[in-house]
Design a protein around this ligand. Structure first.
Ligand code: FAD
Ligand code: NAP
Length: 342
C-alpha cells in the first residue's frame, strides 16, 4: 500500500494542475481497501476518492487525504444467467478502462467497442456511467463491489440499485464519498453486433471501404475519430467535456427553435425532454478556440476546456464562469460543469 505525505497531484489529474494533498493512499488489494476505509474513519479528515483524475479540476492544495484504487485483474466468472452468449467479467477498480476494452475485444467479448479511448479507471466507469457514440456503460454493468467507508462492510450492488441514467449514478449523489469501489463486473456478449448508428461512424467506416466491421476495426475507427477531434491530455491538459449537455423541457426547446430554427442541433430524449448540445451554445457565444489567461476553449470542440500551459485551476474556473454567464444570457439556459471541482 502506498501512503505518502505532502503528495504532488500534478500527474494525477489530466488538467495537469499543480496542487498537493496532505496525504495520498493507494490500495492494491481488497484487504488494503479495508485498511484505507479504516484510516478514513479514524482520521476524520476531508478526503477525495480518485481514479485517473480525468474528470477533476483542482483549484488549490487539498488539505486532506486522497485515496486511489490500484486493484488490478480481470477474470471471467461463471454466469448465473444461464445463457451461453453472456460473458461476465470481473475487473479490479484500478484497471485502466481502455486497456480492458482492448482486452475484451482480443478475448472475443463484445459490447464495449464504442467506449474505446475514454480515459480513466474501471471504478470511475461505474460512478460516471461513462458514455460515448450512443453507448453507456450502464448497459454493460452487471454489479459493483464496494467497501462502505463508515462501517468497513463489503457490499455488492446489482446494476438496478445504482440508479443509472445519462452520465449519472447513485455513486455521484446519495452514495457520494460513501463507498470505495473495489471491483466492477461487466456483462459482455460473445457475438459481435456493431453499433454504428451514432454520428459519423458509418461514414468513417465507409471511407475505409468497410461495411461489416470487425470489433477491432470499429474500435480503431472510434479512436481515429476521437483523436482527430479531442485534445490529448498528455499534450494539452483537459478533462474531456467540461459541461454536461442540458436536457430541457420541450417548451424551452420550442422557444429557442423559434429563434434559431433548424440550425440548432437537438436530440429528443423523450416526449417532454430535449437535449441541446452545450458545445453548440458555447460556440454560438463566440468562445470556440478563445482563451482567457492560460485557460482556453478547444478549437475543435467547444465543450472541452484546456490548460494552455501552466494554468491554475482558478483560471479554468474563471473561464467556466464567463462561459456559463454568456450561455445563460444568450439562451436562458444554465449549463453545469460535469467535472468535479475542488
Ligand atoms: P476520476 O476523475 O478520478 O473520478 C471520477 C469520479 O469517480 C469521482 O467522483 C471519484 O470520486 C469517483 N471514483 C473514482 N474511482 C473510484 C473508486 N474506486 N471508488 C469510488 N469512487 C471512485 N467521459 C465519458 O463519459 N465519455 C467520454 O467519451 C469521455 N471522453 C473523455 C476524453 C478526454 C480527453 C478526457 C480527459 C475525459 C473524457 N471523459 C469522458 C471523462 C472521464 O474520462 C470519465 O469521467 C472517466 O470515467 C473518469 O475516470 P477517472 O478514473 O479519471 O475518474
Ligand atoms: P459530437 O458527436 O460532436 O456530438 C455533440 C453532442 O451532440 C454530443 O455531446 C452528443 O451527446 C450529441 N449527439 C450527437 N449525436 C447524437 C445522437 N445521435 N444521439 C444523441 N445525442 C447525440 O460529440 P463529440 O464531442 O465528438 O463526442 C463524441 C462522443 O464522445 C459523445 O458521445 C460524447 O458524449 C463522448 N465524449 C464525452 C466526453 C466527456 O468528457 N464526457 C468527452 C469527449 C467525448 P452525448 O454526449 O450524449 O453523446
Amino acid at each position: 500500500m502506498k501512503d505518502i505525505l505532502n503528495y504532488q497531484l500534478q500527474h494525477n489529474n489530466t488538467f495537469g494542475i499543480v496542487a498537493k494533498c496532505k496525504r495520498f493512499i493507494e490500495f492494491e488489494t481488497e484487504d488494503e481497501a479495508f485498511q484505507t476505509a479504516e484510516v478514513l474513519r479514524s482520521e476524520q479528515e476531508p478526503f477525495i476518492i480518485l481514479g485517473g483524475g480525468s474528470n477533476l479540476l483542482l483549484t488549490r492544495d487539498f488539505d486532506g487525504v486522497v485515496v486511489r484504487s490500484a486493484i488490478q485483474g480481470l477474470e471471467r466468472v461463471e454466469s448465473p444467467l444461464g445463457t451461453e452468449t453472456d460473458v461476465l467479467v470481473r475487473c479490479g477498480s484500478g484497471e485502466e478502462w481502455d486497456k480492458l476494452v482492448a482486452q475484451f475485444i482480443e478475448n472475443g467479448w463484445y459490447g464495449a467497442e464504442n467506449l474505446s479511448a475514454i480515459p480513466g479507471d474501471v471504478g470511475a466507469s461505474a460512478v460516471q456511467n461513462i458514455g460515448a457514440y450512443g453507448v453507456e456503460v450502464k448497459d454493460l454493468i452487471y454489479k459493483v463491489e464496494a467497501i462502505e467507508i463508515a462501517t468497513g462492510k463489503k457490499t455488492s450492488f446489482p446494476n438496478a440499485e445504482c440508479q443509472y441514467s445519462y452520465r449519472q449514478s447513485k455513486f455521484k449523489h446519495g452514495w457520494k464519498n460513501k463507498y470505495l469501489i473495489t471491483h466492477v463486473t461487466y456483462r459482455l456478449g460473445s457475438t459481435f453486433t456493431p453499433n454504428m448508428r451514432y454520428g459519423n461512424i458509418s461514414e468513417a467506416l465507409s471511407a475505409q471501404e468497410i461495411t461489416n466491421p470487425t470489433a477491432q476495426q470499429l474500435r480503431e475507427t472510434i479512436i481515429k475519430i476521437r483523436n482527430e477531434k479531442l485534445p490529448d491530455p498528455k499534450i494539452e491538459g483537459n478533462a474531456g467535456s467540461f459541461f454536461m449537455n442540458p436536457i430541457v423541457e420541450r417548451s424551452v426547446y420550442e422557444r429557442l427553435k423559434g429563434q434559431y430554427g433548424d440550425t440548432m442541433p437537438h436530440y429528443v430524449v423523450d416526449e417532454e425532454h430535449i437535449k441541446i448540445p452545450a458545445g453548440w451554445m458555447i460556440e454560438q457565444c463566440g468562445w470556440k478556440g478563445k482563451t482567457l489567461g492560460r485557460a482556453g476553449v478547444h478549437a475543435k470542440q467547444a465543450l472541452v476546456l484546456v490548460n494552455k500551459g501552466g494554468a491554475t485551476g482558478e483560471e479554468i474556473v474563471s473561464l467556466c464562469d464567463a462561459i456559463r454567464s454568456d450561455v445563460k444570457e444568450k439562451f436562458g439556459i444554465d449549463i453545469h460543469p460535469e467535472v468535479n471541482i475542488y
